[in-house]
Design a protein around this ligand. Structure first.
Ligand code: FE
Length: 198
């Protein structure tokens, strides 16, 4: 009988230890850098190749900056599910899992939902938070902002300026010259390498 309880106790200890480690890894970024978190996390699909998955999306354009008013039900039909969950349902991908959090390529980041140009790689900086971080947008109206009081915190949500899709949050602990940190989800970004001019 005592052996049974010892085994049960050991199992409970392991469960508590794993839970504690998981929770602390999630909280560490938040406490160090006021990082955004959302309990509705999604895995990042690294198989989506930028620029190749918009055949079902008639609203996608890298030139048209006219704001879009599209219902979520329509987005759900045309976006990859992982993109929809972040862009339209405000999920957050797990830190250190996205395809761009430590990516250093030179080029432009576009909205994966609508093609709107968002950031230049020149404005990307190495942040330890686990999500791609930028200190400024490519145009002032590339993104829009709104207050987010979810999870008992007051944060500023960053939305795509064209489609209104959720991109991430902005914090005031970024580097010079702006001091801002646009903390983005990789899955809603699409990187296009710069072309060499001759
Ligand atoms: Fe967009």
């Amino acid at each position: 009988m005592s052996l049974f309880f010892i085994q049960k106790f050991e199992i409970m200890k392991k469960i508590i230890l794993i839970s504690t480690l998981t929770l602390s890894s999630l909280m560490s970024c938040q406490s160090q850098s006021a990082q955004s978190k959302n309990t509705n996390t999604v895995p990042t699909d690294k198989s989506i190749t930028p620029g190749t998955s918009h055949s079902k999306n008639p609203y996608y354009s890298r030139k048209d900056t006219t704001p879009l008013q599209i219902e979520d039900a329509e987005w759900e039909k045309i976006l990859p599910s992982e993109v929809f969950e972040v862009a339209r349902q405000k999920a957050t991908e797990r830190p250190f899992t996205g395809k761009y959090w430590n990516y250093k390529g030179k080029g432009i980041y576009y909205c994966a939902a609508c093609g709107n140009a968002l950031f230049k790689s020149d404005a990307k900086f190495a942040s330890s938070c686990g999500w791609p971080s930028f200190f400024q947008t490519i145009r002032s109206n590339s993104v829009a902002y709104q207050t987010d009081n979810a999870l008992g915190m007051e944060r500023t949500e960053v939305l795509c300026g064209r489609c209104g899709g959720h991109l991430g949050h902005i914090f005031n602990d970024g580097p010079a010259p702006t001091g801002m940190r646009y903390c983005m989800n990789s899955i809603v970004l699409e990187f296009e390498p710069e072309t060499k001019k001759k």
